[in-house]
Design a protein around this ligand. Structure first.
Ligand SMILES: Cc1ncc(COP(=O)(O)O)c(C=O)c1O
Length: 366
């Protein structure tokens, strides 16, 4: 048995007939960009997040960028985010011209609230926590610091559709939340797509303008915008996939719980994303090992795919060397980055595959 790290074709196969009908419907409608399918998806997604407004855009990166633009973030400003995240978060901040400033992570792999206050300077204009691997950042503490400092929050919820803190979903803690529907995400399109969610009518209206050349009405640009329109085909597919998301998230949780219960190899540290009222949606299942290459080699021999999220913090990447970040300022991120490795977790994993993954991890000897 060979088990891939992920296999999107399995979900597609399950839904093939429904997807074909959706594609045919949209093709025959003769309307392909920002029309009734987008409006219907925005309404359904806003309701899923629990906010009045959602704005469909081209990608998660654009969702962050346009959200920051709506908050008036610009060159010369600083946006405090977290050292362990997808490069996309940093790219989106840089698209506004602002400078990303990093906090270290805590043991949940998300923004360490204890490290947040000292990173805030007079130039800080927004705080951008990331609900990484599907696990909510500590929004109680982050929100209270933001409130005290009078700073807006943009939540990067690209990996966390449906994650909750107590009764409240992520995406409802900040002023704006950005989502990605990249195909591998918990809610994935069949291509690139994203959305921005907010409680604030004024921000929603501005983001709607910014995604389409800053137009208030057709051919009337009131501010500089971009083309980040969502297309009808992706929107229709997303509305369909959204209806399946609760069941698929539940399956992810079931597999994660099985891993947490049954992996008992002292050489493998299990994720601590299980504590208190923060409930993740297990976008990824990330373990830590002392000798990562050796572990990956073992899993490969067992014919099981692995991946690394992420091998190198953004501040260490060549592209961001101009930020002149001192890695020693991020001890937990530095300690963690060389140790993390993700094992397969997607809803279509079969029970026997889950058992085989557990057995393979448990048979690893360092
Ligand atoms: C944490 C995080 N933020 C932002 C993004 C950007 O999303 P997209 O790939 O849709 O631009 C991603 C996905 O790649 C992500 O994982």
């Amino acid at each position: 048995m060979s088990i891939p790290f992920n296999d999107l074709s399995r979900a597609a196969l399950e839904s093939a007939e429904d997807l074909k009908a959706i594609v045919e419907r949209v093709i025959l409608s003769g309307r392909y960009v920002l029309d009734s399918e987008v409006a219907a998806f925005e309404k359904a997604f806003a309701s899923f997040v629990g906010v009045p407004y959602a704005v469909g855009v081209n990608s998660g990166t654009d969702a962050i960028f346009l959200g920051l633009r709506a908050l008036d973030i610009k060159s010369g400003d600083e946006v405090v985010t977290v050292a362990n995240t997808a490069t996309a978060t940093i790219a989106a901040i840089r698209m506004t011209g602002a400078t990303p400033v990093f906090t270290d992570i805590d043991t949940s792999y998300t923004m360490d609230p204890n490290d947040l206050e000292r990173r805030i300077t007079p130039k800080t204009k927004a705080i951008l926590p990331v609900h990484l691997y599907g696990f909510p950042a500590d929004m109680h503490r982050i929100s209270s610091i933001a409130k005290k400092r009078g700073l807006p929050i943009l939540e990067d919820a690209a990996q966390a559709h449906g994650a909750t803190i107590g009764e409240r979903t992520v995406g409802r803690w900040g002023d704006i939340a950005a989502y990605s529907f990249y195909p591998t995400k918990n809610l994935g399109a069949l291509g690139d797509a994203g959305a921005i969610a907010t409680n604030n009518e004024h921000l929603a209206e501005r983001m709607r303008r910014l995604r389409a050349y800053g137009e208030k009405a057709r051919y009337e640009s009131v501010e500089e915008g971009v083309n980040s329109r969502l297309d009808e085909l992706q929107a229709a597919i997303l509305t369909y996939s959204l209806s399946r998301l609760p069941v698929r998230n539940a399956r992810r949780r079931q597999i994660a719980e099985q891993y947490l219960m049954s992996i008992d190899n002292p050489a493998v540290t299990l994720p601590k994303q299980t504590e208190g009222e923060r409930k993740g949606v297990w976008h990824l299942f990330v373990v830590e090992v002392d000798y990562r290459e050796h572990f990956i080699e073992h899993m490969t021999q067992e014919k099981i795919g692995t991946a690394i999220h992420y091998p190198m913090p953004a501040y260490r990447q060549k592209a961001y060397s101009f930020l002149n970040v001192n890695p020693a300022d991020y001890p937990v991120t530095e300690r963690t980055a060389p140790r993390i490795v993700s094992i397969p977790l997607f809803p279509e994993l079969k029970d026997e595959e889950v058992d085989a993954i557990i057995a393979a991890v448990n048979s690893y000897v360092r």
